[in-house]
Design a protein around this ligand. Sequence first.
Ligand SMILES: Nc1nc2c(ncn2[C@@H]2O[C@H](COP(=O)(O)OP(=O)(O)O[C@H]3O[C@H](CO)[C@@H](O)[C@H](O)[C@@H]3O)[C@@H](O)[C@H]2O)c(=O)[nH]1
Length: 240
Amino acid sequence: MSDAIVIIPTYNEIENIESIIRAVFSQQKDFHVLVVDDNSPDKTGEKVKALQVEFKDQLFLLERKEKNGLGVAYISGFKWCLEKTYQYIFEMDADFSHNPDDLIRLYNACAIDGADISVGSRYVKGITVVNWPMMRILLSYGASRYVRLITRMKVKDSTAGFVCYKRAVLEAINLEKIKFVGYAFQIEMKFKAHKKGFNIVEIPVIFKDRTKGKSKMSGSIISEAIFGVISLKLKSLFAK
Ligand SMILES: Nc1nc2c(ncn2[C@@H]2O[C@H](COP(=O)(O)OP(=O)(O)O[C@H]3O[C@H](CO)[C@@H](O)[C@H](O)[C@@H]3O)[C@@H](O)[C@H]2O)c(=O)[nH]1
């Protein structure tokens, strides 16, 4: 039994799913993988099922009926992992924008160096993003500055989706009360962990834009993040 599992949320990732799973299983450390698929029309889930024959005790699939957003998919993944004995629970995209070779660096930050959460961060050493359109960089970097200004969190890459959580963090956060369904979910999780006093450490990584498949970014995801951060901050003030 491994102590670490990587949750990979998927919606139409047929072109990436097999290679990303193999890349995780080729690491020196024995990571498990949980794919949370939202009934992808391109049959990503079927591909995972076929791979489960080969990776029987390491690869798991959580099938959801419909696409309800990244946050909702991750929450169901977290709950699944908390029912097992995993101590380190990761978030990672399916599309290789996060390098699976960095998993061990995030793991060591928590398992050896004492972080409660380690974040694969694009903004600790300048802006380490490759091939993203300038508009996406400005949006993402602008969002991270905006979040810091409003929330006073020190985390530089609050929207990052490459994260290792110690089990205790996910147990301490009330997952039923996570409000955001899109990428703002990433901000909400970090903010709630920060408010609870958990130690969040950023590990510099290089984020590469996907070469296969399409991003699921949309206007509603952006507006949820803009207004959501203000509501998070206000709620935390009234909660005092
Ligand atoms: N199950 C499920 N998976 C989803 C959904 N939306 C996106 N995903 C999956 O979540 C991962 C990231 O989605 P992308 O659409 O590739 O994200 P991106 O535009 O590259 O956005 C990146 O930047 C965001 C903002 O900084 C990050 O928040 C995000 O995690 C990611 O790193 C992919 O594996 C994708 O299939 C959904 O509704 N349901």
